[in-house]
Design a protein around this ligand. Structure first.
Ligand code: TPP
Ligand code: DXP
Ligand code: MG
Length: 605
């Protein structure tokens, strides 16, 4: 089977194959996808479901003269395999290896880079308009999932395209799944006769529905679309996870994205991490808040699985809302909930919150509504790479008046921080990273929290159960406080633990966990500067982050300690192992120790 594939070095080879060879090609593609994902993990389910679609697209359209834009790009492993990347697929999502999504810098068969959902229709229409303006021939095809049709940006594109004379081809890859089961009215409509009426009323010619695993039917529909002189939608019905029994059987996600696994004797063997993740720990404390206070509501834009909310959705079906891939709506929906007196917690990945910036500014912060943003995947994300790094949330949220930004260092911080945020009168953020919870270091396990700043008012239990204490203090936390210390390591989030380790054998270094990126605990940070040397470390871009805020504070106070800022650099960091990247960026104990000594003018590490 693999032989068919080894003879395919480019899409021209796909077109040269006799029709009879195509089922074998699809089988070989599936085999390659299953093997690759087994070894290195990846977006298995969507890619398996789109195999026939990708083959048919390459039979009908000629990339790169014609452009194929895959929404997100997570379903396009077959496209990668057919466009000269087969020999490097084993490096998928690893440092220096094949990218997790599509990128023209990797292949001229990739029309545009992406990783976030709902961009394909707008980008394809722009590409087509630009090409036509510059006299370039060629067709442009946007391949979008049914999940993408839960997002407003797709509709902005459809509205523009349907009213334009340009012959944009939209291929709707409808598997009735987002990451979890798709939600809302549109996916339901897609499986009725009204799907035709819907797209036709938007100005598109509608072709379908077509069996998305029937190569003949797909090819005929795509040829018809290619011949069209006006915008056209090809509606293909597919099955996510197709051809891999464990994925097909997984009702929750159909194997949307999987870590490495082995497929032995018909059984899937996977290793499970031992410690809970930050997401799981947050979901646990959120569940306690939901139980305790009937006003609490959780909202996720299509990330029930990744945010570990599936259990809560089952327990509180009416108070845990999956609103689709609709970050803007999620935030403004939360604004409405808060205005009604509910206590919304918007659980959202840092990278996806970027899309809802105006909603955070205009709909939540401006009216000062008490929405809690649980910003997950804040910091390095690893294999998903540049499009998904949680690099910017601190910097883009810090200027917003009235928004408090918390960063738990350890799992034990989550409950009091959430309690504090839930009883605040304005908006709050809790940012936490991708990955497992760190251990509480021995020096903190039994210590009374050492605190600065004014104490927060007590939380009133609303539902008969004792509420966890809100933070006894609203300020920074000294992890190590040495009177007369020469240098202070100031950190945000779990980096405090690395700083503590870095300072362990340094008798005159202090360590301050800022706990908030904004507002600053000014008294503690001014005290940190007293020794004349401050290292500020955060897992976010150094531009405009906590470090910048600390420098602003020192400038305003008219003091000039020597300050070193550590964080994510001024580039879009690619995919790789987050632990390795952390070390490379100096965001581990050794790096912090080195930065401290360098600042003090000492050479030793
Ligand atoms: C803006 C944004 N929000 C959330 C995601 C996470 N995400 C990636 S794929 C996906 C589901 C997409 O569903 P669909 O478009 O139907 O494609 P399928 O996976 O079913 O092929 C989601 C929610 C994302 N990439 N971008
Ligand atoms: C493609 C996409 O955006 C998601 O599937 C993402 O890859 C999930 O990332 P996590 O594994 O961090 O949930
Ligand atoms: Mg789908």
């Amino acid at each position: 089977m693999a032989d068919v594939l080894s003879g395919v070095a480019s899409p021209a080879d796909v077109r040269a194959l006799p029709e009879a060879a195509l089922p074998g090609l699809c089988e070989a593609l599936r085999e390659a996808i299953i093997t690759t994902c087994g070894r290195v993990g990846g977006h298995l389910g969507a890619s398996l479901g789109a195999v026939e679609l990708v083959v048919a697209l390459h039979r009908v359209f000629h990339t790169p003269q014609d452009a194929l834009l895959f929404d997100v790009g997570h379903q396009a492993y077959a496209h990668k395999l057919l466009t000269g990347r087969r020999d490097r697929m084993h490096t998928l999502r690893q440092a220096g290896g094949i990218a997790p999504f599509l990128d023209p810098r990797e292949s001229h068969h990739d029309a545009l880079a992406a990783g976030h959902a709902c961009t394909a229709i707008s980008a394809a229409l722009g590409l087509l308009a630009g090409r036509r303006q510059l006299g370039h021939p060629g067709h442009v095809v946007a391949v979008v999932g049914d999940g993408a049709l839960t997002g407003g940006l797709s509709f902005e594109g459809l509205n523009n395209a349907g009213g334009s004379p340009l012959p944009l081809v939209v291929v709707l890859n409808d598997n009735q799944m987002s990451i979890s089961a798709n939600v809302g009215a549109i996916p339901a409509l897609l499986r009725t006769r009204n799907a035709r009426a819907f797209f036709e009323s938007l100005g598109f010619t509608y072709l379908g529905p077509v069996d998305g695993h029937d190569l003949g039917a797909l090819t005929r529909a795509l040829r018809e679309a290619k011949a069209s002189s006006c915008p056209v939608v090809v509606h293909a019905l597919t099955k996510k996870g197709r051809g891999f029994p464990p994925a097909e059987a997984d009702e929750q996600t159909r194997g949307h994205a999987m870590g490495p696994y082995e497929w032995r004797d018909g059984k899937l063997v996977r290793s499970r991490g031992g410690r809970p993740t930050f997401s799981e720990a947050f979901a646990q404390v959120l569940g306690e808040a939901l139980e305790r206070d009937p006003r609490v509501v959780a909202v996720t834009p299509a990330m029930l699985e990744g945010s570990a909310l599936t259990g809560l959705k089952a327990r509180f079906p009416d108070r845990v809302h999956d609103v689709g891939i609709a970050e803007q709506h999620a935030v403004t929906f939360c604004a409405g909930l808060a205005a009604a007196g509910a206590k919304p917690v918007c659980v959202i990945y840092s990278t996806f919150l970027q899309r809802a910036y105006d909603q955070v500014v205009h709909d939540v912060c401006l009216p000062g509504l008490p929405v809690v943003f649980a910003v997950d995947r804040a910091g390095l994300v690893g294999a998903d790479g540049a499009t998904h790094q949680g690099a910017y949330d601190v910097s883009f949220l810090r200027p917003l008046p009235g928004l408090t930004q918390w960063a738990p260092m350890v799992g034990e911080d989550l409950a009091p921080m959430l309690a504090t945020a839930l009883q605040a009168s304005g908006p709050s953020v809790l940012r936490f990273p991708r990955g497992t919870l760190p251990d509480l270091p021995p020096e903190l396990a039994h210590a009374e929290p050492e605190v600065t700043g004014p104490s927060a008012p007590a939380v009133t239990p609303a539902h008969g159960q004792p509420a966890p204490d809100a933070l006894a203090v609203s300020g920074a936390r000294w992890l190590k406080r040495v009177p007369g210390s020469r240098l202070t390591l100031v950190t945000l989030g779990p980096l405090g633990l690395s700083a503590l380790e870095a300072a362990r054998n340094e008798p005159d270094w202090s360590v301050l966990d800022a706990r908030r990126a904004w507002p600053l605990d000014e008294a503690a940070l001014l005290e940190a500067a007293a020794g004349g040397h401050v290292v500020v470390a955060e897992e976010g871009t150094v531009r405009g982050g906590l470090g910048s805020a600390v420098l602003e504070l020192y400038a305003a106070a008219g003091i000039a300690p020597r300050v070193k800022l550590l964080g994510m650099p001024d580039v879009f960091l690619p995919h790789g192992d987050a632990r390795v990247q952390r070390t490379q960026l100096g965001l581990d104990a050794a790096g912090l120790r080195h930065a401290g000594h360098a600042l003090l003018g000492e050479e030793r590490r």
